[in-house]
Design a protein around this ligand. Structure first.
Ligand SMILES: NC(=O)c1ccc[n+]([C@@H]2O[C@H](COP(=O)([O-])OP(=O)(O)OC[C@H]3O[C@@H](n4cnc5c(N)ncnc54)[C@H](OP(=O)(O)O)[C@@H]3O)[C@@H](O)[C@H]2O)c1
Length: 230
């Protein structure tokens, strides 16, 4: 989704800084940018010591930042009877630790600029503690809560914070997974995400129907919820 967001924002004329670990896809994005410039930086979000100097470099090369979107995330396959601390901590480090470290840096910058938008791609998966991948659900629940706190802090400084909660999107993350519920294309998801940012939504489910699903599942009593097969 991050890749498609860069493509679409650049096509709309934005200057974009794109970050990820693999340099190849980043250079391809840069080479194929249609209107706005794409600046690229190979970066691992778990390298939190690198974030402050890298953010400074990006602000300098772009002349400022209006919009920050955190779209990095990992979801390793976890077996139904598997308890694997290494996999769990990796999800906390990328999905939550990387996000918090970047969001703190950007929040300080936007707070003093008294302008800007912070967007986090969380997930409907954080709305309940489901069976498949406890650490993934936890990382997304924590991310959504952190985003809400940021929104409540930064609204006094005219900084908007938007929480995106996708359902199932066909990306490398979901490739090969069976029984996907209501999958949508990455292009459709990104259109919804950009619309939510433009409309200054606090929280947007992608697509909207997942908001109704969430409303129902959040009200199912725990004793019943644990018997359901999801
Ligand atoms: N797909 C879905 O159905 C779905 C549903 C709900 C929420 N989400 C969330 O949406 C976000 C985007 O997911 P996606 O579906 O677009 O997955 P994806 O296609 O696997 O993309 C994940 C991106 O994160 C980057 N990344 C992973 N680890 C990183 C690290 N340590 N440092 C920097 N970048 C890293 C990857 O680039 P590199 O490998 O080059 O680093 C890749 O660009 C994730 O947070 C995911 O949890 C996805």
């Amino acid at each position: 989704m991050g890749e498609e967001l860069v493509r679409r924002l650049a096509a709309d004329g934005w200057s974009v800084a794109a970050l990820a670990r693999r340099e190849g896809p980043l250079l391809e994005l840069k080479a194929n940018a249609t209107r706005g410039a794409v600046h690229v930086h190979a970066h691992d979000v778990t390298d939190t010591a690198a974030i402050a100097p890298l953010f400074e470099t990006i602000v300098r090369e772009m002349g400022g930042i209006d919009l920050f979107i955190f779209a990095a995330g990992v979801m390793p396959e976890v077996g139904a009877e598997e308890y694997n601390t290494e996999k769990d901590f990796l999800q906390f480090a990328v999905n939550l630790g990387g996000f918090v470290a970047w969001a703190n840096e950007v929040a300080l910058y936007m707070q003093s600029a008294r302008a800007g938008t912070i967007v986090g791609i969380s997930s409907i998966a954080g709305d309940r503690g489901r069976k498949p991948n406890p650490a993934y659900h936890t990382s997304k629940a924590a991310m959504s809560t952190f985003l809400e706190s940021l929104r409540n802090r930064l609204s006094a400084y005219d900084v908007h914070v938007c929480t995106i909660k996708p359902g199932t999107v066909l990306t490398p993350m979901t490739e090969g997974l069976e029984g996907l519920k209501w999958p949508i294309s990455v292009e459709a998801a990104v259109s919804d995400i950009l619309r939510a940012i433009e409309k200054k939504k606090n929280t947007a489910y992608v697509p909207f129907r997942w908001q109704l699903v969430s409303l129902v599942i959040q009200h199912i009593p725990s004793m019943v919820f644990r018997k359901l097969n999801f």
